[in-house]
Write a protein that binds this ligand. Sequence first.
Ligand code: KIV
Length: 242
Amino acid sequence: MLTAYDYQMAKILDATDIDIILVGDSLGMVFQGFESTRHVTLRDMMYHTSAVRRGTKRKMVVSDLPIGTYDTPGEAIKSSTMLVDSGADAVKLEGNFPEIIEAIVEHGIPVMGHVGLLPQSASKYRVVGMKPEEHSRIVSDSLSISQAGAFSIVVESVSEPLGKEITESVNVPTIGIGAGRYCDGQVLVINDLLTCDPSFKPKFVKRYANLGNLISEAVAAFSADVRANRFPDEEYSYGASS
Ligand code: KIV
């Protein structure tokens, strides 16, 4: 699974062999420039979900329910329906809220769970579950979320042994991010995989390309061409006479 927030990226990902496109509320950081996901609204998610949907023909699109939009079963159903109406096939929500998950699933909308580090409520980004009681709670939360009807669970920022234990305990696929090698699938934020921000260097991100550098080089070449009157030349001009 990889994130996308816009039409063109969704179109590129749709033509690959990944399984799921996540319209993550990580867009609050990588798209909107906030310090957390907590500023993201349902309207933002609807806007980005519809853009991603227009670029996606084959993949499943999962959209994050933003903070404060799933506090009661009624509100969760209403928010999830709005994301589905915008083009989502399923919604994702953070934390162990079995009655909320059950209500959305009973309404016919598939739900992806999310355990471990929960960015909507975390005070800082860290590896969680290192203390025995926190470790046990995350395992029992995962069980409760799968029993409530979630079709898969994102496991974020936990030790590899905890990621393994969760994966072996639940009867749905786990999708890890900073959760080691034993989850059933893996997810990354596309901007991290492509190194759009070279200053962001968490341990769990493998950089598969350096788009930040490529963009800077391309812009420098464009700027140099324009300043030296090399662009546009005849080739890029309408009705130019040589
Ligand atoms: O918002 C997001 O992109 C996510 C992933 C990091 C799993 O929730």
